[in-house]
Write a protein that binds this ligand. Sequence first.
Ligand code: HEM
Ligand SMILES: *[C@@H]1O[C@H](CO)[C@@H](O)[C@H](O)[C@H]1NC(C)=O
Ligand SMILES: *[C@@H]1O[C@H](CO)[C@@H](O)[C@H](O)[C@H]1NC(C)=O
Length: 244
Amino acid sequence: MRSLWKLATSPASLAVLSVAVVITAALVGYTYKKPTRQRLWTTDEIVLYNGTDEGTPILLGILGSVFDVTKGRSHYGPGGGYHHFAGRDASRAFVSGNFTGDGLTDSLRGLSSVEMKSVVDWRGFYMRTYVFVGKLIGRYYDNSGNPTKYLKGVEAKAARGAQLLEKQKLEEDKLPSCNSKWSERDGGEVWCDSGYPRLVQRPFEIALTGRMSKRCVCFKEEELQRPGLEVYKGCDHLSKSCPV
Ligand code: HEM
Ligand SMILES: *[C@@H]1O[C@H](CO)[C@@H](O)[C@H](O)[C@H]1NC(C)=O
Ligand SMILES: *[C@@H]1O[C@H](CO)[C@@H](O)[C@H](O)[C@H]1NC(C)=O
């Protein structure tokens, strides 16, 4: 008995014991931080990780990529503003902001190239912020985990959107924007330190978003004859400042 006790408290067995404790702690810590390893998922499986159960990790799908968003439980858990993203792929809602009924779909049908870029950017956000745990079999990945034509189409269209946005920015940088301010009391105002305010159509806006959009640009007096310049309503031709 005595010798057993001696053995148990000997420096050697204490060392073995503490190594065992460290390894166990590391394993527990590891499995706690990474409850889910990379794999293929089905929609029926990820719906079980919808955040309603405190002890279960929360998964979110976007463009068929699945992320463990458990550390964002305040957003994705019950009562969180983005709980509807939990346990499913609601890719479309990342641009529509429609978290109800059929708005919660992974279909991006009819979205513009810029909107598709926005969804792809959100996927980038999740890649940087959370843990990637695999792919969802369905619209974006086939049951071998290969990207579908649909995903490739979305990524190609998003890339065109990114190009258009870049081109638009380069064009806009060529023309000086007006200064602007807005206050509850005085309303809005645009003005130019040098030149005169004019409204112009953004060059690629219709291709980008399907909508018209204008911005205020300052033109020098000798440039005011250019086509497509619009004087602000109720503002003099050679006024440096206009109410909006
Ligand atoms: C299309 C509409 C929108 C979508 C898809 C969206 C999506 C999201 C998502 C997914 C997050 C969580 C990010 C994370 O995991 O950390 C988030 C956070 C946040 N959103 Fe939105 N959002 C939208 C509109 C808005 C609007 C209109 C506001 C404010 C008026 C807003 C304010 C916030 C704030 C403040 C946070 C950070 C919360 C925090 O870190 O505690 N969002 N948003
Ligand atoms: C949400 O997940 C829980 C288990 O965590 C499951 O019992 C429940 O059925 C899920 N909800 C839906 C709508 O599938
Ligand atoms: C959300 O989408 C659904 C289905 O497309 C539609 O019926 C509903 O009106 C939309 N809600 C909002 C707020 O846009």
